[in-house]
Design a protein around this ligand. Sequence first.
Ligand SMILES: O=C(O)CCC(=O)C(=O)O
Length: 292
Amino acid sequence: MSSVSDLLTPADLEHYEHRGYLHLEGFVGLDTVSELKQAAQQFVELSRSMEESGRLLDLEPNHTSDEPRIRRLNSPVDNHETFRDFALEGAAAQLACAILKGPVRYHHSKLNFKWSDGGEEVKWHQDIQFWPHTDFSPLTIGVYLDDVDESMGPMGVMPGSHIGPLYDLYLDSGEWGGAMSSTDVENIDFDDMVWLTGPAGSVTVHNCCMIHGSVPNDSPNPRPLLLQTYSRADSYPIAHIGANGVTGQLSGTVIGGKSDQCVVVDGREIIGAPDWSRAGAPTIFGSQQESV
Ligand SMILES: O=C(O)CCC(=O)C(=O)O
C-alpha cells in the first residue's frame, strides 16, 4: 500500500473533513467493477431458489425465481473472495487508509441492489446510532456497480451535517425505527442535498454522522451499491449496542498496519489486551504464568 497517500489530493481530504463526504467519479477501474458484478450476479442466481429473505439475502416481497428482486446481500465480504479482496486489500481498503491517514479497522459490508421499477427508498438517517464506536472516525465507502443517474435513487448526502446534531432514530412508540422522525426531516433543506451519481466504478464516501438516504428507484434498471465500513484502527465498536458484534466474521480485521490496542475512555488511556474475539480469551492464570 505504498501509494495510499497518492490516492487523494489535500483538497479531497479537506473536503471530507469539512463536508463529511467524497464523490469520486469513476474511481474504481472497470476491470475490478466487472469482477465485482460477476460476483454479485452469483447471488442473484442463488436468489432464484429462495422464496423468502434469510441471513444472506434480503428479498423484496414480490421476488420470484423468474424475476428476482433483491434488496440487499448481507456481508458480501464474508461470502465471496472477490468482495473480500476488494474490501480488505483492494481499492476500498486503500481508500479508507488514505482518508483516515493510517491503519483502519474493517467493520461490515453490504450490497444494496435497489432493484428497478420501485426498488425501495432508504429513509434519512445517520449510521453511528446503528453501531456506536469510541470515536466518530467510522466512514462508509460505496461503489456503484452500474452507471447511476438521478432517476435511479442515488445516495443523497447533506453536506456538513456530520458535525451537527445526532438524531434519535427511535419511533414515537419507543421501537427502533432506523430513520429520522418526520419532524426532524421537515427541518432539512433538501435544496442543499447532494445526489451522488456517476458511471459504474464511481465512489461515495460518507462519515458515520452524515445525514443520508435515497429515494425509490423508479427507473428500468437496478442500482447496485456495494458498501463497506471502516474506522480508524484506534477506534473500537462498543459492544452490546446496535449491530456491533453481529457484523460478520471478518469484522475487526485491521488493514494497512496494526492496532496498538490503545483506547481513550473518559480522557484516560487504556492499553488493552489483544483482540480475543475470534480465538477465545485465555485465563489470567495461563497468561500470567507464560509471562513469568
Ligand atoms: O443504498 C443507499 O442508497 C443508502 C445506503 C444506506 O444508507 C444504508 O444501507 O445504511
